[in-house]
Design a protein around this ligand. Structure first.
Ligand SMILES: N[C@@H](CCC(=O)N[C@@H](CS)C(=O)NCC(=O)O)C(=O)O
Length: 336
């Protein structure tokens, strides 16, 4: 496994799976927060923060969707790494389609930023990373927390009046984000990276039980928490949008496609069609990353072709109670 150990890049440090063949995700280590509070070390400010992402990564994608929905594109800049990750970890290859340089420091590898933030860092070098240009350090590299900060702490700066963590829904949003994490968001990885039959079977059972459950819930309500678009939908979206083209085949999550679900499939198209969201989806990066980056799972790196998906087909979910925030509806109408 590739990671930093005492600030040195190592390609032989530890394993992804434990002795039982189960995938183990490591704890994230930069956990500071931006707070809209004059006493906070990191305060919301336009132009101060930068996101390092991979367009392929579902965790990083949550932060891009939140940034787009809030209209924070001008306030928070972004660098996008190469979707292919080899022994050197995430790399900047600006010459490649959809990739950018490291706009802040011109680094070649993301790990350079981790060492800059902590010269003794012992950790995996993951995306997303929320970077503070003022203090020249990492604020946070945990997607759920970054999503929450962009959503709740930048309201004075955001160009759209969109609240994805509304009063009255907060407990429910937290509960759902927590509930979908293990079986769905992380569940596809548990299935795909399992090295023994039992943990694979367990992951697939959990995954499809959870998908079946949410398909039923979404029969009567437009969004996961009811009639409001929330962070829980963002968290669900970035897994669902990758599912049929990648997780179904590459991670052997092949009991059912999302496009075969009565409600999850229109729900996914509804989210995809929400103003700003489609532009955050780079399916070429998604496919290249997964199929070529995990030689243990797909040794020849062949990128599977199908299936064709019409994300833009009508979904009819506007007949259910609830609608996107009015700023997003206005933006969608302006786009038409
Ligand atoms: N807990 C982190 C997980 C992020 C994560 O695992 N990102 C993957 C890409 S999808 C990564 O950068 N992996 C690199 C590695 O593990 O070496 C979050 O949600 O932000």
């Amino acid at each position: 496994m590739n990671m930093l150990v005492d600030g040195e890049w190592r390609t032989d440090a530890g394993e992804y799976t434990d002795d039982d063949g189960s995938f183990e995700r490591q704890e994230t280590n930069f956990r500071d927060e931006i707070r809209d509070d004059p006493d906070a070390r990191f305060q919301p400010e336009a132009g101060r923060y930068h996101l390092y992402v991979s367009s392929a990564c579902p965790w990083a994608h949550r932060t891009l969707v939140t940034r787009a929905l809030k209209g924070l594109e001008d306030a928070i800049s972004v660098s996008i790494v190469d979707p292919y990750r080899d022994e050197d970890g995430w790399q900047f290859t600006p010459e490649k389609e959809g990739c950018t340089p490291d706009h802040v420091h011109g680094a070649d590898f993301l790990r350079e930023l981790y060492v800059r933030a902590d010269p003794d860092a012992t950790c995996r070098v993951t995306v997303p990373v929320l970077w503070d240009k003022r203090e020249d350090t990492i604020v946070n590299n945990e997607s759920e927390e970054i999503m929450r900060m962009l959503d709740t702490e930048f309201n004075e700066i955001a160009s759209r009046d969109v609240d994805l963590y509304p009063e009255g829904y907060r407990d429910e949003v937290d509960r759902i984000i927590d509930e979908i994490y293990e079986p769905i968001n992380n569940g596809v990885y548990r299935a795909g990276f399992a090295t023994k039959q039992d943990p694979y079977d367990e992951a697939v059972d959990d995954l499809f039980a959870a998908l079946d459950h949410w398909d039923e819930v979404l029969a009567d309500q437009r969004y996961l928490a009811g009639d409001r678009l929330t962070e829980a939908d963002v968290a669900m979206f970035t897994t669902l949008v990758r599912f049929d083209k990648v997780y179904h085949t590459h991670f052997m999550c092949n009991v059912q496609y999302i496009r075969e679900y009565d409600n999850l499939w229109p729900y996914l198209r509804d989210l995809y069609g929400t103003s700003g969201v489609a532009q955050t989806v780079n399916m070429d990066h998604i496919k290249e990353h997964y199929y070529t980056t995990h030689p243990d799972v797909n040794p020849h790196g062949i990128v599977a072709r199908g299936p064709d998906l019409e994300f833009e087909a009508p979904h009819d979910r506007d007949e259910l109670p609830g609608s996107p925030p009015s700023d997003l509806v206005a933006a969608a109408n302006a786009d038409d």
